[in-house]
Ligand binder design. Structure first.
Ligand code: PEP
Ligand code: MN
Length: 333
């Protein structure tokens, strides 16, 4: 739609698209609204809405993913997570422990990372673990702790949703629902979360192509949830010097073909504390919209992912470096 299109113009186009038996997705932007059309089997005869007031142009999207594509929406999406913008000019730092282990641990990390400059807190209450005998997260008790963390520190909460059964419960607490690498192609979970109308942080599967990542994001948008943030967290390769191989080239690739913001998680991307700072610098230099960083006050006692957790003072250094790096690439932090 034109920048000058009125809400009434948008409504008229939506009604016209629906009149043809298709689904209309008005995706708001800061400058203008894009209206995605899905549900068509072949080419859409746009004659019915092309000349309606407010329509700027009709663009057939050739990519397999539609609503997430830059063809559908030219301007980059900014997702508001509890009032914190993700995807704009400002680089977003999300930090916290892998898992919420106790109120004391979560609050200590939250205060330290907030004071160092993190804008959002992360921490899992439900953890996807390779072994059924490993710590699975505190569940509902963990969610209660996350609420306390938000009350005490003012930091909005990013936390993982593991399955459709607990999705609504987790959404009551979360400001942003994380869908983990192992669940990237859990299509019933994607559909469910797409209907929950909470911002989503969608992590790339450990063996997923970018096309598969974007098609998973498409599931969320197709359900009407346009507040989606992507996250590169490393993929599995033959290389064994790191836990995963952090694919930083994914950033410019995704940014060219999609309007969705993209973060980098160098914690899971390397699995090694000493590699998190250098790969954070690289991710920011490559254009990432932000970082997802695991921090623990006593990593040797962590119940999950201790070897990759930064000490709070290491995170403070990272945040400081990101602030100094940001103006070099025309951003703020
Ligand atoms: C996490 O963020 O703690 C996590 C489990 O990440 P991933 O899904 O990327 O492995
Ligand atoms: Mn983790």
């Amino acid at each position: 739609m034109d920048a000058a299109a009125t809400p009434e113009d948008v409504r008229r186009v939506v009604a016209s698209v629906e009149g043809l038996g298709y689904k209309a997705h008005p995706i708001p932007g800061s400058q203008r609204t894009a209206i995605g059309v899905t549900g068509n089997r072949g080419t859409v005869d746009s004659g019915a809405f092309e000349n309606l007031p407010g329509v700027a142009e009709v663009i057939p999207v050739t990519a397999p993913y539609k609503l997430v594509s830059r063809e559908a929406k030219r301007e980059t999406t900014v997702v508001s997570v509890g009032g914190v913008p993700v995807g704009g000019q400002r680089i977003t730092l999300i930090a916290g422990p892998c898992a919420v282990e106790s109120e004391g641990q979560a609050l200590e990390v939250a205060r330290r990372v907030r004071d160092a400059g993190a804008q959002l807190f992360r921490g899992g209450a439900y953890k996807p673990r390779t072994s059924p005998y490993s710590f699975q997260g505190l569940g509902e008790e963990g969610l209660a702790i996350l609420k306390r963390v938000r009350e005490e520190t003012g930091l909005p909460i990013v936390t993982e949703v593991l399955d459709t059964e607990t999705a609504e419960l987790v959404a009551e607490t979360a400001d942003c629902l994380q869908i983990g690498a192992r669940n990237m192609q859990n299509f019933s979970l994607l559909r469910k979360v797409g209907r929950l109308r909470k911002p989503v942080l969608l992590k790339r599967g450990m063996s997923a192509t970018l096309e598969e990542l974007l098609l998973s994001a498409e599931y969320l948008l197709a359900e009407g949830n346009y507040d989606v943030i992507l996250c590169e967290r490393g993929v599995r390769t033959f290389a064994n010097h790191t836990r995963n191989t952090l694919d930083l080239a994914a950033i410019p690739y995704v940014q060219r073909i999609s309007h969705l913001p993209i973060l980098v998680d160098p914690s899971h991307g390397t699995g090694k504390r000493q590699k998190v700072l250098p790969m954070s610098r690289a991710a920011i230099a490559a254009g990432a919209d932000g970082l997802l960083i695991e921090v623990h006050p006593h990593p040797e006692e962590a119940l999950s992912d201790g070897p990759q957790a930064l000490l709070p003072e290491m995170f403070a250094q990272l945040a400081d470096e990101v602030r100094r790096l940001a103006p070099v690439i025309g951003r703020t932090a």
